[in-house]
Design a binder for this molecule. Structure first.
Ligand code: PLP
Length: 384
């Protein structure tokens, strides 16, 4: 068997239905939606239809959806836009396990003189809510805390965190790039002010995303220019990709519970199979509070990169750390923040599944992994 793709948190294959939905917007419906003539007018309605599809997936009103170019842009837009329209002295609160799409803009703001507090997590990846409570009590704040972690899949109690923030008078943004399409999310039940999602994590192409902005939220546009997106994000709309994101959201909403139970069953089988057939392995992150598609397993005493290399040789794609941090042999900031011991941190592998995986693929991984681990352990200086 070749090409078993278990790296869906890095990016996911584009759904065939999404490709079909996009094609007419390259061939025929290529007008600029802002144009007054027929060419523009005929495509405008498809943007609005896609906006409704995205809104429906998260229980939002379509007017609260702003299309952007990627999850990174959505995160930057939320954090920098909220800080710019907030009163002087506003602080930024985030967590130590955020994606760099959040951590980097926060650290840039720190360099510009803002106070930035990074909340820690425990060894299971759970957020220290006492630290958050203390930070919120110190003054007005913009809070950005992720819905689910891209590396471990650990899901944060966003409803509780958002309530704590609102009670303290703060603004709450959540990076839900890994959660949307994998968990049922309804912004009518969870008082977030802003929420980021990204197309390529839910079977739309790379280069299209959205930011949910609750009605009444004050947000300075970080990309000023034309009047597109109601003045909130300038730039001629990427119509084919917007249509693709809409279709992907419609597909994700369809039967999400049953689909994700099926994905979780494959993930659980993979996890159980690897933990029982490979000694000295451990799961990183609280198994009871995770995305249904993700497992992060440490194969102690061996290098994650070496495992990936051997897996890749037999057609299995997984990842160590996040796609952005792999390439360096340092364990990722997420694994380090959890205090995973050195010999386990270096051998951590993320397997992330999607609805396109099959049980046969899982069996294939379980069949081949023990031999790879055994071979690498035989060479490891850490194994006696
Ligand atoms: N936030 C999280 C949690 C992610 O996992 C990613 C991508 O891996 C991003 C943000 C960035 O999204 P994009 O690749 O669309 O910029």
């Amino acid at each position: 068997m070749k090409n078993v793709y278990l790296d869906n948190n890095a990016t996911s294959p584009v759904a065939p239905e999404v490709i079909d939905a996009m094609l007419p917007f390259f061939r025929d419906l290529w007008g600029n939606p802002s144009s007054m003539h027929y060419f523009g007018g005929q495509v405008r309605k498809y943007i609005e239809a896609a906006r409704l599809q995205v809104a429906n997936l998260i229980g939002a009103d379509p007017t609260e959806i702003v299309f952007t170019s990627c999850g990174t842009e959505s995160d930057n837009m939320a954090i920098r836009g909220a800080v710019e329209s907030a009163p002087r002295g506003t602080r930024i609160i985030t967590s130590r396990v955020e994606h760099l799409a959040v951590l980097s803009p926060c650290r840039r703001l720190r360099e510009q003189g803002y106070e930035v507090v990074e909340i820690g997590v425990d060894s299971a990846g759970a957020l220290n809510t006492d630290e958050l409570r203390k930070a919120l009590a110190a003054g007005p704040s913009v809070v950005s805390i992720m819905w689910a972690n891209n590396e471990t899949g650990v899901v944060f109690p966003v409803e509780k965190l958002a309530k704590m923030t609102k009670d303290a008078g703060g603004i709450f943004h959540t990076d839900a790039v890994q959660a949307v399409g994998k968990l049922r999310i309804d912004v009518r039940d969870v008082p977030v002010d802003m929420l980021s999602l990204s197309g390529h994590k839910l079977h739309a192409p790379k280069g299209i995303a959205a930011l949910y902005v609750r009605k009444g939220t004050r947000l300075t546009p970080i990309l000023p220019g034309g009047h597109q997106e109601n003045g909130r994000r300038a730039g001629t709309e990427n119509v084919p990709y917007i249509v693709g994101l809409g279709k992907a959201c419609e597909l994700a909403a369809w039967n999400i519970k049953a689909e994700m139970e099926r994905v979780a069953a494959m993930r659980d089988k993979l996890e159980h199979g690897l933990l029982t057939s490979c000694p000295d392995t451990m799961i990183n992150g609280d198994p009871a509070r995770r995305l249904p598609n993700t497992t992060n397993i440490s194969f102690q005493y061996i290098e994650g990169e070496a495992i990936l290399y051997h897996l890749s040789d037999i057609g299995i794609a997984a990842s160590s750390g996040s796609a952005c941090t792999s390439g360096s042999l340092e364990p990722s900031h997420v694994i380090r923040a959890m205090g995973v011991p050195f010999t386990a941190a270096h051998g951590s592998i993320r397997f992330s599944l999607s609805r396109y995986n099959t049980m046969e693929e899982i069996d294939y991984v379980i069949e081949h992994m023990p031999a790879i681990v055994k071979r690498l352990r035989a060479l490891s200086p850490f194994v006696r």
